[in-house]
Design a protein around this ligand. Structure first.
Ligand SMILES: NC(=O)C1=CN([C@@H]2O[C@H](COP(=O)(O)OP(=O)(O)OC[C@H]3O[C@@H](n4cnc5c(N)ncnc54)[C@H](O)[C@@H]3O)[C@@H](O)[C@H]2O)C=CC1
Ligand SMILES: O=C(O)/C=C/C=C(\O)C(=O)O
Length: 503
């Protein structure tokens, strides 16, 4: 796999038919008696009361985890501060070397990471092996290369030389969600570290397992103590962390509501924030598309990871001549996709409340709309059916709010201009997907879509050098490639008037 395209495996991520039962079963490798401890200054730290983590497949408690209190948060930030000066002083090539060692450490613990991630999330085995953990490796390797290749800016004008040096921000708080826990944790860690920052990570309360394995990897490869610190807890621990005066910047992926709460919490100290928030992503299907490809692509863009990816398509617009055919095919395929559990009982209830809302708003359910019955241990888990809905207005709550489940609404359109207006008619602006066989149309439409990311005849393909993020309610800033290094560092411009200058 190329280090730049870490996500090609996403396309095997939708589990189908009889494979599903096996795909969701490997929880046995997790040691239930072990309480996960914080990782501070290179050491495991047992402190705070324990909280439970549930396996979404069965609903049973699979681990206990230490919850960070104010003293633990303070200790983690202090450890990061103590390590910051020496880490920042290393040449970038040496920090890049550490990223490669971390990538090798992840490869060595691949199976443990897969087991931890599956236990916490109920993800399919195939997806975890081909997408989630490989992307962690790719993140470390890619940012090692990107940082090593970064040129410095220098300008010479009328005898005046100006050049820019960049320094790290200091201590970065990384607040990570539960949908792609290892992928998103490493997506933040790798650029922050290679740019010379030390980091305190707070994984989601639902998914601490892969972070605990990463702590072991940091220790095993001999990363200097305090460079990476990991503390566990609910949003309250996240809040203590972002507010801590020793934290210099915050990177966050999660809901728009939590993003704005963090913004308010750090406003007084004017801390830089990088936010990748929610989406209500549109898919546009033109009559000139390859229909088979568009249907299969939409199955992936709507149902991968149980729809729990901020990039998933929740609003689909199909040109009228192929609308009926497309809906029929998508509904058939939705019924073939194995349901994936939602992360928690609370999130399952939220998704189901949108299925109920669709009915109450007058929708026609083309597929799904309920809870699947398996007749085995999964019946106590947090599953919902992959669902396709039609018949709702653009102004319905269903079509405006992020649901974050395996569901999309399908509506017809007539003209290209109408399709663009429909796609842009959202308060969010993260991702859009378009399916067309006309190259001119592909460029023309893509350039008019108000989204940070537009995929044409594909979905979720990533080149890690490109900017990633959204506009409006979908976030602030971009990460990826040089944009990540820009966020995780501050420039100082140095201007020198040269002796012979007449300027
Ligand atoms: N990538 C995305 O776009 C994601 C979107 N969501 C959306 O958010 C909804 C709610 O899910 P949640 O798990 O509650 O997401 P969330 O956005 O509240 O949680 C994400 C992370 O933020 C932390 N957090 C929560 N409140 C915080 C605060 N005040 N300060 C600092 N950290 C805080 C959490 O502990 C977790 O680590 C979902 O139903 C889904 O719609 C959830 C996860 C990822
Ligand atoms: O970095 C990626 O390729 C994927 C990112 C996905 C999210 O940020 C998300 O689902 O929250």
């Amino acid at each position: 796999m190329s280090i730049w395209t870490g996500l090609l495996g996403a396309f095997s991520a939708v589990v189908e038919g009889d494979d599903a039962k096996e795909a969701f079963s490997p929880t046995a490798t997790v040691e239930e008696s072990v309480v996960l401890t914080h990782f501070i200054g290179g050491e495991p730290v047992v402190a705070g009361k324990a909280f439970p983590v549930h396996n979404p497949v069965t609903g049973t408690v699979i681990r206990q985890v230490c919850e960070a209190d104010p003293e633990i948060v303070d200790r983690a930030v202090r450890a990061a501060r103590e390590a910051a000066r020496d880490w920042a002083a290393l040449p970038v090539a040496e920090r890049a070397g550490w990223m490669r060692r971390l990538a090798e450490g992840v490869e060595d613990r691949f199976d443990a990471l897969v087991a931890a991630e599956i236990a916490d999330t109920g993800k399919p085995l195939d997806q975890t092996r081909t997408l989630d953990i490989p992307r962690g490796i790719a993140n470390f390797r890619a940012f090692a290369e990107i940082a090593a290749q970064r040129p410095d800016d220098a300008f010479h004008l009328s005898g005046v030389l100006s050049y820019t040096v960049r320094r790290p921000l200091g201590v970065v708080a990384a607040i990570v969600p539960w949908n792609l826990p290892f992928l998103l944790m490493t997506w933040k860690l790798a650029p922050a570290l290679v740019a010379g920052n030390t980091v305190v990570v707070k994984p989601s309360e639902h998914t601490p397992g892969s972070a605990a394995v990463l702590a072991e990897i940091c220790a095993a490869v001999g990363l200097p103590p305090g460079v990476v610190n990991i503390i566990y807890g609910y949003g309250s621990a996240g809040r203590l962390l972002v507010e801590h005066p020793g934290v210099d910047a915050v990177t966050f992926t999660g809901s728009t509501g939590t993003g704005s709460a963090i913004m308010r919490a750090v406003a007084d100290r004017v801390k830089p924030v990088s936010f990748e928030l929610g989406g209500k992503n549109a898919g546009l299907v033109f009559e000139d598309c390859d229909l088979d490809r568009a249907v299969e692509g939409t199955v992936k863009s709507a149902f991968t990871n149980g729809g729990q990816v901020c990039l998933c398509t929740e609003r689909l617009y199909v040109q009228r001549p192929i609308f009926e055919d497309f809906c029929d095919r998508l509904a058939v395929r939705a019924l073939e996709v194995a349901p994936q559990p939602m992360i928690s009982a609370g999130h399952r209830d939220k998704v189901l409340s949108y299925y109920a809302l669709a009915r109450s708003e007058g929708a026609k359910m083309l597929a799904g709309g309920g809870i699947p019955i398996f007749g085995d241990h999964r019946d106590s888990g947090y599953f919902v059916e992959p669902t396709v809905v039609t018949g709702l207005s653009e102004w319905s709550r269903f079509n405006r709010e992020e649901i974050f489940g395996p569901v999309c609404h399908v509506a017809p359109f007539d003209t290209e201009a109408e399709a663009i207006d429909l796609a842009n008619g959202s308060e969010y602006g993260l991702a859009a997907t378009l399916w067309t066989g006309n190259l001119d149309r592909a460029h023309r439409v893509a350039q008019q879509l108000e989204a940070g990311l537009v995929w044409v005849n594909t979905w979720f393909l990533r080149d890690l050098r490109t900017p990633f993020g959204g506009m409006r309610l979908s976030g602030i800033g971009r990460e990826g490639g040089m944009q990540s290094l820009d966020f995780y560092s501050e420039p100082t411009t140095i201007t020198i008037k040269l002796e012979q200058s007449d300027a």
